[in-house]
Design a protein around this ligand. Sequence first.
Ligand SMILES: [Fe+2]
Ligand SMILES: [Fe+2]
Length: 174
Amino acid sequence: MISKKIEKALNGHLNYELGASLQYLAMASWCETMGMDGAASFFYGHAHEENLHFIKLFQYINEVNGHAIVPQVKQPNHSFKGIAEICQMAYENEKKVTQAIFSLVELAKAEDDHVTTEMLRFYVQEQREEETLFQKVLDKIKLIGTGSQSLYYIDKELGNLAAPSPEPPADNEA
Ligand SMILES: [Fe+2]
Ligand SMILES: [Fe+2]
């Protein structure tokens, strides 16, 4: 159902989503080792979300008679100068992913692939939300400044923004 060109482009995009998931995981890990548990849970949540984006696109490729291929992803950065640098990096990366999604939309439209164009709306929406979120985080970090308590407050802010972990199933639902 999808053209070879679209199949190739979507497979190429899998790298961005899985790469983002692993990069957020590395960020979560760094924050955790620094005792920034709020920031760690914020980034663990994002790693999970990017993984869902990855799986969703992966399954879509097969649903429309393509062949989803697990990409080879390069190892993410794992050492950082600080939390401000991490958030800036996350924001820059989200902007790159947005551009990649826009290119996919353009390609799908050029190929008259309405099904893929429709599927990509979810990703356009997600990118808009994530760019706004990281822009907000960067504004907050600027506001908090670099005083002696700043790391404590940044950690707290990111902890507040972290999605609550999913509820474990109740006993009778297992
Ligand atoms: Fe994503
Ligand atoms: Fe993202």
